[in-house]
Write a protein that binds this ligand. Structure first.
Ligand SMILES: [Zn+2]
Ligand SMILES: [Zn+2]
Length: 130
């Protein structure tokens, strides 16, 4: 039988936490050492979730939809943005995007991103975080 491939530290630690949880969760162990270990597990899992959450925070962004007259301008130039913002036919929307995630289509960058939603679902079992 071939050796199992080595696991990265994160996968190995999650397996160890799962094993401790399996022991204490089924009442197989009620000693103080296991209880204290599970308390440390909770703190470390919370810290890990916080790191993942902090990577997917919202950032305000203005999204420009120029009209036909102003569509050819370079929106990276300040004075072009000023013209577009003052034109009643152009539209400018304030949106929130993820500070980390970038997708091929900018319309898919809105926050909460897929990663934040998955994190929320894993933790709460609910969609649509606030
Ligand atoms: Zn994200
Ligand atoms: Zn315009």
């Amino acid at each position: 039988m071939p050796d199992a491939p080595p696991r990265d530290p994160l996968t190995a630690e999650l397996a160890a936490i799962r094993a401790r949880d399996g022991k204490t969760g089924r009442g197989l162990s009620s000693n103080v050492t296991d209880y204290l270990a599970s308390q440390r597990d909770v703190r470390r899992l919370l810290a890990a979730v916080r790191v993942a959450r902090d990577l997917h925070q919202p950032r305000p962004q203005r999204r420009y939809q120029p009209c036909e007259i102003h569509g050819g301008g370079n929106l990276a130039v300040d004075w072009v943005r000023e013209v577009v913002e003052s034109c009643p036919s152009c539209s400018v929307a304030s949106v929130k995007v993820c500070v980390t995630c970038r997708h091929p289509c900018p319309d898919d960058d809105c926050w909460p991103c897929v990663e934040y939603q998955r994190l929320t679902t894993a933790l709460t079992g609910e969609d649509n975080p606030r």
